[in-house]
Ligand binder design. Structure first.
Ligand code: PLP
Length: 420
């Protein structure tokens, strides 16, 4: 009553332009509330749990009692809270300051940016590398800079959203081939022969399914049809392949993949940042033309320091990656024995396939009540009817952690009739 009188008084006094703005805002709010309600109604609402401790296998989550076992970070090698990585971040912060207040080409390039770029290209055995604020930016910036309307890009239909968005931004002719379907890729390559350049773009490891792109076959087709190969290695860099170089090393095609984009925000210390590594001419062009590089701030020194140390640790030894692989095997085989279907190959992304979105969501909530943090994924992140709980294994999980997770899944699976 008091409120509506006040509103009437305000309306009488308010100028016309303010009233119009007010009604536009009310109109927008009604539309948004309808959208939000439909997301809730579909059971696909994504809420964010608040962590009150550093990232790691054991975390504290607001609203939960005691420690929580964390199985949903991309912290594959456990380097996010590695003491040497943290120390290196501190040192870079002390020595080089909080940030650059500038893009790279104006006055935002420090010696540590150059040496990290060198380290990345050395790690991947490529000619050069360029840093971005994220791999999302690296993917957003490459296709538009490299490809013109004379060219063609051929993209796996399940590629990461950032590749899809990056391709949308470019003016090349676009072909989308069925997920990992080499017959379909070949047909599209034949059709694309009329174009100047052909670039095949694929995730190295697919983050929702834990499956690995058939790079050997892709590279054979690329050779046959004179195409270039681009891979996104966010879920491979640091741990796939004998020396953790990624999917191209795992499948023996390092010399045939032209361009690698990856992140510093997952296995490589988990802070932030992304990069492209590949031929020098391409990296030179990206420094001139790639919009997320040209028009966004330089990576903060602490972030550079953390990533740089993570790479040092990986180049010294692959023991951490091997430990992660052994734990992944343990989890996958115990879950299969318990009766669950785990998608993908020997990858630390272990999607527990459930089908129904609500089932995935309530099972994830019940897991948290048992002290295990996992997340349910449903449409639109994954196709309708293919909801799942994605479990991610880290080198710093103990065998006991893995077994506790499997036991909790078994209990919750029986409770919700997800197991026979
Ligand atoms: N590409 C893939 C396959 C990813 O999973 C992600 C992150 O979720 C990205 C790119 C974006 O990486 P960043 O977090 O560095 O922006």
């Amino acid at each position: 009553m008091w409120c509506s009188r006040l509103l009437r008084a305000w309306s009488a006094a308010a100028p016309c332009s303010l009233l119009r703005q007010h009604s536009a805002l009310a109109h927008m709010t009604r539309i948004l509330e309808g959208e939000l309600e439909s997301i809730r109604g579909a059971g696909t609402w994504k809420s964010e749990r608040v962590i009150t401790s550093p990232q790691g296998p054991h975390i504290h989550v607001e609203g939960s009692r005691g420690g929580i076992l964390n199985f949903c970070a991309n912290n594959y090698l456990g380097l996010s809270s590695h003491p040497e990585v943290i120390r290196s971040g501190h040192e870079a912060l002390e020595k080089f300051g909080a940030g650059l207040s500038s893009v790279r080409f104006i006055c935002g390039t420090q010696s540590i940016h150059k040496s990290l770029e060198e380290k990345i290209s050395h790690f991947h055995q490529r000619e050069d590398a360029i840093l971005y604020a994220s791999c999302f930016d690296a993917n957003a910036g490459i296709f538009e800079a490299l490809l013109t309307p004379e060219d063609a890009v051929l993209s796996d239909e399940l590629n990461h959203a950032s590749i899809i968005d990056g391709i949308r931004l470019c003016k090349a002719n676009k072909y989308r081939y069925k997920h990992m379907d080499m017959q379909d890729l070949e047909a599209k390559l034949q059709d694309a022969q009329k174009h100047r350049l052909r670039l095949i773009a694929t995730d190295g490891a697919f983050s929702m399914d834990g499956d690995i792109a058939p790079l050997k076959e892709i590279c054979q087709l690329a050779q046959k049809y004179q195409a270039l190969v681009f891979i996104d290695e966010c879920h491979a860099t640091g741990f796939l392949g004998p020396n953790g170089r990624g999917t191209d090393e795992l499948l023996g095609v390092m010399d045939q993949v032209t361009i690698v984009n990856s992140t510093l925000g997952k296995a490589l210390g988990g802070a932030a940042g992304g990069y492209t590594t590949g031929p020098k001419a391409l990296i030179d062009l990206l420094r001139q033309r790639s919009r997320p590089y040209l028009f966004s701030n330089s990576l903060p020194p602490a972030v550079v320091g953390c990533a740089s140390k993570a790479l040092d640790l990986l180049m010294e030894s692959n023991a951490i990656a091997q430990s992660m692989a052994a734990k992944t095997k343990r989890f996958r085989s115990k879950m299969a024995t318990a009766g669950f279907t785990i998608s993908g190959q020997d990858h630390p992304i272990c999607p527990v396939m459930l089908g129904d979105a609500r089932l995935a969501s309530v099972m994830a909530d019940d897991m948290l009540e048992r002290g295990i943090y996992v997340i349910g994924f449903s449409f639109p992140v994954v196709p309708k009817g293919k909801a799942r709980i994605r479990v991610q294994i880290s080198a710093v999980h103990s065998e006991d952690d893995i077994d506790r997770c499997v036991d909790a899944f078994t209990e919750v699976g029986h409770k919700h009739r997800a197991l026979p």
